[in-house]
Design a protein around this ligand. Sequence first.
Ligand SMILES: Nc1nc2c(ncn2[C@@H]2O[C@H](COP(=O)(O)OP(=O)(O)O)[C@@H](O)[C@H]2O)c(=O)[nH]1
Ligand SMILES: [Mg+2]
Length: 353
Amino acid sequence: MGEYDDVCVLVPTLNESETIGPVVESFSAEGFDDILVIDGGSTDGTPSIAEEKGARVVQQRGSKGKGQALQEGFELTDAPIVLMLDGDQTYRAEDAKAMLEPIFDGRAEHVIGDRFADMESGAMTRLNQFGNGVINRAFALIHGRDYQDILSGYRALTREAIERISLTEDHFGVETEMAVECVKHNVRTEVVPIRYLARPDESETNLRPFRDGADIILTLYKMAKTNNPLFYFGSVGAVSTIVGVVLGAYVAYEWITVPKTSHEVIAVLGASAILFGVQLLMFGVLSDMIVTLNREQTRQLEDLAERLSDEPPADGVGPAADGPAAGEESVGAADEAEAEAEREPSPTSSRSD
Ligand SMILES: Nc1nc2c(ncn2[C@@H]2O[C@H](COP(=O)(O)OP(=O)(O)O)[C@@H](O)[C@H]2O)c(=O)[nH]1
Ligand SMILES: [Mg+2]
């Protein structure tokens, strides 16, 4: 029995022939026997290399995206723990132990490998570092947790966590979705420092910074609707209110300083923007109350479910059904004892008399 028998290493790949071999080899050498590669239609022989090195290779059914590949992978394995990573040799098998420790210890159900803790120079372009910084800060602001590196591709998840969260993003929005879903469903998450290496020269990233960056930011915003509606509605409401106030101030200024100018159209626009903005803000506050109440109730239900599942199972239906009868018997017995006591006062009571 190996230490990692419960773990499935899940690797989505798209044209990673330069690196998939060493990736599979290094994880095998570290003691992982169950390595599942989900290939998105590579044309460079990635699947055969992975298979040759001992991985189980499955062709992605839908042809689109890393996110979809991961969702398929989660369905294909029933291992109690999934360790996911890129097939581009940027994450090290040596860090797997640290990644899994919080789960083995029972401290976490989701572990994120923090690439910024120890990044090889040249591993990430300045643009991507900047984008990651903005996205991590926006996540912390909107969703109220600081996970330091929400876009990391090196993550460990328990099966229960995978079943609690729901993933729908097909492309590079999937890591963001995972982070938000974990906040939403109270999945205990821990961040672990890891080393992040540069891709070898010959291999190329599949990420297009502007398109995928926009996709990720949109995911972050969309998901605020149910997790932080005050931000989702409030941000648009605040912008609209500010625009309205600026327009109104301009109209008022002109009206005072330039006699006989009234700017009716701008005034109407400004007033409408303020009305719209304030309504959205109020709607945001109301939705926030609903979400907060709902979260509170969900937590109570989860507590209850946990307490019920912690209780030792009833001794079967029979004895439970017998319960009331037994109870009646004992009540009957107590009644009899009471009646007896009334008939024959105890020595104690006679003394007190
Ligand atoms: N199966 C599958 N894997 C993909 C797809 N797109 C990217 N990947 C893999 O997902 C991982 C992350 O992509 P990568 O290009 O490394 O993105 P980066 O780490 O942000 O530069 C890599 O192992 C890719 O080969 C896809 O459409 N299908
Ligand atoms: Mg990568």
